[in-house]
Write a protein that binds this ligand. Structure first.
Ligand code: SF4
Length: 303
């Protein structure tokens, strides 16, 4: 429907938004998870232990529902182009081709090729443009975050805001990651940068910088993804941050809210967030979680 013809719909909106019922796709449609129970699915330990990290694990999960040509296309991309290593949590795998019923060998191949979540989480070589394989100005650290580190992992670009990269890992690795310089395991084409300092020393140096830099009021606490940091360590860092008078906004960056919601639903994390929220409120600090979600299919009831 063109914009012209849709204007004039009852809503007056140029695009006819429609509410669709959110349904958790049935994970037992994938052969490797045919016996997985709801209890296992909702366990973050089970989710972390069953991430797809390589071609062998993808084959074990999908079997012959995908053609050999798909696996070969993926393998070629891993060898020649991928800037991120493979890491797909079950929750995200299950949002690929969510409405296509498997019906024998190769029956999910076409749906996988065209799936929007698959395209960025499991890119294959034939997805890439061969005439223009990368943006001409693309660089490893295209946002120049590393150039602006004032302590290892702490980027101070704008006067009142900083980005704190607490750790270099995530529960999921996205093919488009703009932090591919640092985040994840090295791939065939990218040797990742490694933090040099010990985690506690790095976090201490970040807090010291913020204590002596009163113009900073807004801290994006990121990574990687904070969902990969053991909760007690993250809570301790946030509590220390909340004691710094000039810090007025704290934003926790986590794609796991969508990629592995089971993490954020753990009792330890829910209770800890409650404690952080209470301190924030008592000090008049705004604390938020921010996330990113590439496609509506990722928003399931679990999320
Ligand atoms: S979750 Fe964010 S930081 Fe992690 S790989 Fe994806 S885009 Fe990069």
């Amino acid at each position: 429907m063109s914009i012209e013809t849709s204007i004039g719909l009852e809503t007056g909106q140029p695009y006819p938004y429609r509410r669709i019922e959110l349904v958790e796709p049935d994970w037992t449609r994938f052969p490797g998870w045919k016996d997985v129970t709801a209890e296992e699915w909702e366990s973050v330990q089970w989710q972390r232990a069953h991430c797809v990290k390589n071609l062998k694990q993808l084959r074990e999960l999908m079997g012959d529902l995908l053609d050999e040509s798909f696996y070969a296309d993926l393998e070629k991309d891993q060898a020649e182009r991928a800037t991120m290593s493979m890491l797909v949590p079950p929750q995200m795998m299950n949002t690929m081709a969510p409405r296509v019923e498997p019906s024998g060998p190769g029956s999910l191949t076409e749906a996988f090729y065209s799936d929007p979540v698959r395209r960025y989480m499991l890119p294959v070589l034939s997805d890439r443009r061969t005439d223009w394989p990368s943006h001409p100005h693309a660089t490893r650290d295209s946002l120049h975050e590393h150039d602006m580190w004032v302590a290892e992992g702490l980027t101070h670009r704008y006067p009142t805001k900083v980005l704190a990269e607490l750790l270099p890992t995530c529960p999921q690795y996205c093919g488009h990651c703009t932090r591919m310089d640092l985040v994840g395991n090295s791939t065939a084409v990218i040797d990742k940068l490694k933090f040099v300092g010990k985690p506690n020393d790095r976090l201490g140096a970040m807090l010291d910088y913020l204590r002596r830099t009163p113009q900073v009021r807004d801290v994006v606490v990121s990574g990687g993804d904070v969902a990969n940091m053991p909760w007690p360590r993250l809570e301790a860092f946030l509590t220390d941050l909340l004691e710094i008078e000039n810090i007025r906004d704290i934003r926790l960056a986590t794609k796991a809210l969508m990629g592995m919601p089971q993490h954020w639903l753990q009792a330890e994390v829910v209770e800890g967030m409650g404690r952080i929220g209470a301190i924030s409120r008592s000090r008049g600090v705004s604390d938020d979680i921010h996330t990113h979600d590439n496609h509506a299919n990722s928003v399931t009831p679990q999320v």
